[in-house]
Write a protein that binds this ligand. Structure first.
Ligand code: HPA
Length: 280
């Protein structure tokens, strides 16, 4: 098996999707653990299970529905990924990020990524929302960069700049919408680990020391691939638990999913507000 995704694989998936829809989505949303409820807001939805799209990675994780929902949100044509696949499920980084490539082939200009994350910053509480101002690509630094392998010249250059991964204008817009709606929106640095085990207390003290505010198991590979193709990126972490730096409490997937019910209404307001402004 070729470990790297080819342009043929990407186009097969893109064609399977475009055959089933009548609109051209302008914005894509990727919904993380416990955050899939946002897809219920999509008007006139066409639903495509991931299993029906060739080469598309299917998530095996509870809390990830595994379907594309395409329709209109706040008047903007959108494609929503209700659930995503992760590296820890056994997919290569290329396969984890294939959906981003498909979005780029479909000429989607903005990708909004969401995730559930643990709070490392002591000021963050479960239920809070953070806009990513930057990231630490720890697993990429360790060799698992999604751009490893033959460069896909159709999308971008071999050595792409990453000085501004998260779009400053879109972050500013999100802050304004948060203020208007009385939502506290943190801005912070997200660090991506491979998982699936949660961090040890010593891991967490290390992550705090290197400048991370929140920790999770996704988003960064997708953001890197998006920026390789010059797609604009906005990303939000829903804080699902406090990182356990002292080793006295356990972290569970159940609490991560439960926090989603606090986070989804806030993210819905923020994302709809951003879309309304983009559409206007
Ligand atoms: N660590 C890593 N990933 C996570 C966490 C966490 O505490 N919470 C939700 N995703």
């Amino acid at each position: 098996m070729n470990p790297f995704v080819t342009i043929k694989d990407i186009d097969q998936a893109a064609q399977a999707i475009t055959k089933k829809i009548k609109i051209a989505p302008q914005v894509a949303l990727v919904l993380g653990s416990g955050l899939g409820g946002l897809a219920d807001e999509v008007v006139d939805p066409v639903v495509i299970p991931y299993a029906e799209i060739p080469n598309w990675p299917v998530s095996t994780i509870h809390g990830h529905a595994g379907r594309l929902v395409i329709g209109s949100l706040a008047g903007v044509p959108v494609m929503v990924m209700q659930g995503r696949a992760h590296y820890y499920e056994g997919y290569t980084m290329d396969h984890v990020t294939l959906p981003i490539r498909v979005m780029q082939r479909m000429k989607i200009g903005i990708i909004i990524l969401t995730n559930a994350a643990g709070a490392i910053n002591p000021d963050y509480q479960p239920g809070d929302v953070m806009a990513l101002s930057d990231h630490i690509g720890l697993i990429g630094m360790a060799g698992l960069n999604p751009l490893r392998g033959p460069n896909l010249d159709e999308f971008g250059e071999r050595f792409p700049d990453m000085s501004q991964v998260y779009d400053r204008e879109l972050i500013k817009l999100s802050s304004e919408i948060a203020r208007k709606n009385k939502i506290e929106l943190h801005k912070g640095v997200y660090v991506c680990l491979s998982g699936p085990s949660f961090e040890s207390p010593a891991d967490l003290r290390f992550l705090r020391g290197i400048g991370a505010d929140a920790v999770g198991m996704s988003t960064v590979p997708e953001a890197i691939v998006a920026r390789h193709g010059r797609t604009r990126v906005l990303a939000f972490s829903g804080i699902s638990n406090k990182a356990n730096l002292d080793g006295n409490t356990e972290t569970t997937h159940e609490e991560v999913l439960a926090a989603g019910s606090l986070i989804v209404p806030k993210l819905t307001t923020l994302i709809k507000g951003v879309l309304e402004s983009i559409g206007a």
